[in-house]
Structures are given as C-alpha cells and as structure tokens.
Ligand binder design. Structure first.
Ligand code: NAG
Length: 376
C-alpha cells in the first residue's frame, strides 16, 4: 500500500520514521563551506515538494526534472547514508507510481532525452541501493532509446516524431549505454556508447572552441542549431567518465578535460566573469522550469569527471559554485525551529523568489553533491 507521508504530516508518521523528526535541520549560521549540512537542508526543501501534486514526482508538471531530482537524491543518499536511510522509500514509490503521471509506462514517452534522464537516474538509484530492479528499469529504458538510432544526421533522435537531433538526447544515451556497460555488462552497451561518442565529436555539435551546441536540424541538411546551454556541456562529461571506466582509454578523459576547461573558464559562454556557472537566462532572471534544471546536470557531469580525473581547477570551480549559491542565492526561513533552505536559479545571485522552486532546489543539490563528493 502506498501512503503519501507528505500529506500526513510529521505527527502522524509511523514510529520507525520519527527519527526523521530528530534529524531536522536548524542552521545556527550560514556557512557556505558546510556542504553536507547545506545539502541536508537543501534536500529537505526538495523533498517537501515530493508527492504534493503528482505521486512519485516533485511538484507539478516536472516529469523529466523529477528524474534529475531522483539522480541528485540517490547521489546524496550515497554520500550521506544516515540521511538516505530516512528517505530511501521514495525510490520504490517513484518506480511504481510516477509513470501514472502521463501514462508513461516504464518511464517511456515521446522524447528520448526524457527517457535518458530517467535511465541514468535509475543507474544512480542502483548504485545507492544495489537493487537490480532499478538496473533492469534502466535497461528497459535503454532498449527503447536504441530504437531512436538512424537519423539522417547520425546519432539518435530527440523525439519519436523525428523532428530534431538534440545533443542532450545523445549525451544521455551515450552516458546510459556506457553506464550499463559498467554495471550490467555484455550486450552492445559499450559498442553503442563508443559509436555514439565518436559520432557526437564528428557531427559538428562540438565546436572548435570545445563548447557543445544544441543539436542538428534534420529537416535542413543537418544544419547546426548553435544555441548553448549548460546541460549539453555537462552530460557528455559524465559520459566520458563512464566510458573511461569501461575502457581505461585516456582519450575520453583528455577530450572531456578540454570541454571542462573551456566551460569552467571565467567569462566563457557558460561561466560568469567571477567564475560562477551561469545559464543564459540567469542573466535576465528569465529561466523557466526547463532551463532552471540545466546547471544541475552540468555540475553533475563535472562531478563525475572530477571523481575519475581530479583537477584542482575543477575542484575550485565546484566549491566556488557551491559556496556562491549559499552566500548569494539562498533564502533561509525558520519555521517551527527548523530551517528551510530555499535556493534560487542564479548561483551568482541575487536570490529572486520568482526563480526559486523545486527545480532550482534540485539543481542546487547537484552543486552541493559535487562539492561534498569532490572534497571527501
Ligand atoms: C580510445 O578512444 C578513442 C576515441 O573513441 C579511439 O579513437 C582510440 O582508438 C581508442 N584507443 C584505444 C587504444 O582503444
């Protein structure tokens, strides 16, 4: 039986869950360097949106973003097992209940990027739980995504209507295929990951400036859509980390390092002059709940690269971003002796309450995960 604890309130929780109450966070002061405590407070706030509107998801109309949140939470639970042990029932609930949101049986819908977020999320849940149910769910999703191969531009389609060839779908597919090679083994996972990686870097999507562009227009001779978003740059870094683990081939790290260096450089397309990861829409406080997710995906990928190929520049970048969002883009509300940490979209600040929601909360957790993992 499924019980939505968020609707019951803390006073009605079963005794086994009362421990959650004793873990409640009260920040005595704002310290941007206490990554674990800051991540707890950030995750608490993200979890307040869990199941409030759509069972198994976070808030309203946040389908693929919820896959990102599941990734971030599974990663944080691994970094902080005590915290994870209080909340880890969410994974079974999401697995069984979330597909009801759009009647997306098995987390499959019309978009290969949506599927890729969930596929990679279930690998993160598998890493945390060691429960093969989640690995099998990732395999089911992967098998559907493979059906998106065969565009006139190479790679996989963005969508099942075959309208566009997006960098993001291809980055996520490459990461998922390589991730399955590392966890499930066998099959064509590694060969498909390598083939799609090689295509990605020969397709024109990655510029000579080592900045990833948005995709190729299949209805216009595969012309380049030159838009730049942080997530396209970050997901392929995670794919490189998985491919390196699967093969030991340093080429993946060298290629990814060039992309990481280009995008972490102050004043680059993706980073402010003061070294803070910035989505284009952050500059005008105009991000929507799509773009608000992107920086989380970027820094998740940089974390994965940093963990297999540590570089002091990237470590400094990760910690600078985790500290900046705490110092410049946070609103702390004290409610009944508990701190609620609400993080906005623009990590360089200022905090803007119109740009603060479950999505910005999830992206911030990715940044805090990265700082925690990279400094442990
Ligand atoms: C390493 O990977 C690159 C990129 O896919 C490939 O060109 C190269 O042949 C690989 N090297 C080895 C030793 O397999």
């Amino acid at each position: 039986m499924y019980i939505n604890t968020k609707h019951l309130g803390i006073a009605l929780l079963a005794p086994s869950l009362v421990a959650a109450n004793s873990m409640k966070t009260l920040l005595s002061k704002r310290d941007a360097t206490t990554y674990e405590q800051n991540a707890v407070c950030t995750a608490d706030q993200l979890l307040r949106s869990y199941g409030t509107v759509n069972t198994g998801l976070f808030g309203q109309d946040l389908w693929w973003q919820s896959g990102n949140f599941i990734s971030a939470l599974a990663t944080f639970f691994q970094l902080d097992p005590n915290y994870g042990s209080i909340h880890n029932n969410i994974f079974a609930t999401t697995l069984s209940e979330a597909p009801g949101y759009g009647n997306y049986a098995n987390f499959l819908n019309g978009w290969y990027d949506d599927e890729g977020w969930w596929g990679n999320a279930f690998l993160d849940v598998y890493d945390y739980t060691s429960d093969s149910t989640y690995l099998n769910q990732a395999i089911t999703i992967y098998n559907d995504i493979v059906g998106g191969l065969g565009t006139p531009c190479g790679g996989i389609w963005w969508d099942k209507d075959h309208t566009y060839v997006a960098a993001i779908s291809n980055g996520l597919y490459t990461e998922l295929a390589a991730g399955l090679a590392n966890r499930a083994g066998g099959g064509s996972y590694l060969a498909n990951a390598e083939a799609n990686w090689n295509w990605f870097f020969s397709s024109g999507i990655v510029g000579s400036d080592n900045i990833v562009r948005d995709g190729l227009n299949s209805d216009d001779s595969c012309s380049l859509n030159g838009n730049v978003f942080t997530y396209n740059q970050g997901v392929i870094l995670g794919a490189a980390a998985e491919l390196y683990k699967a093969t030991g081939n340093q080429t993946y790290l060298a290629t990814a390092a060039a992309l990481a260096d280009a995008s972490t450089a102050s004043g680059s397309d993706l980073t402010s002059s003061s070294g803070i990861l910035t989505e284009g829409c952050d500059k005008s406080a105009s991000c929507d709940t799509t773009a608000e997710m992107f920086k989380g995906a970027y820094i998740r990928g940089l974390r994965k690269l940093q963990l297999v190929d540590p570089e002091s520049n990237w470590l400094n970048y990760i910690t600078a971003n985790a500290q900046s969002l705490w110092n410049n883009d946070l609103s702390v509300q004290n409610v009944n002796g508990e701190s609620e940490c609400i993080v906005g979209s623009a990590w360089a600040g200022p905090f803007n309450s119109n740009q603060a929601n479950a999505v910005t909360q999830g992206a911030a957790l990715d940044a805090l995960n990265a700082a925690l993992a990279a400094t442990q």
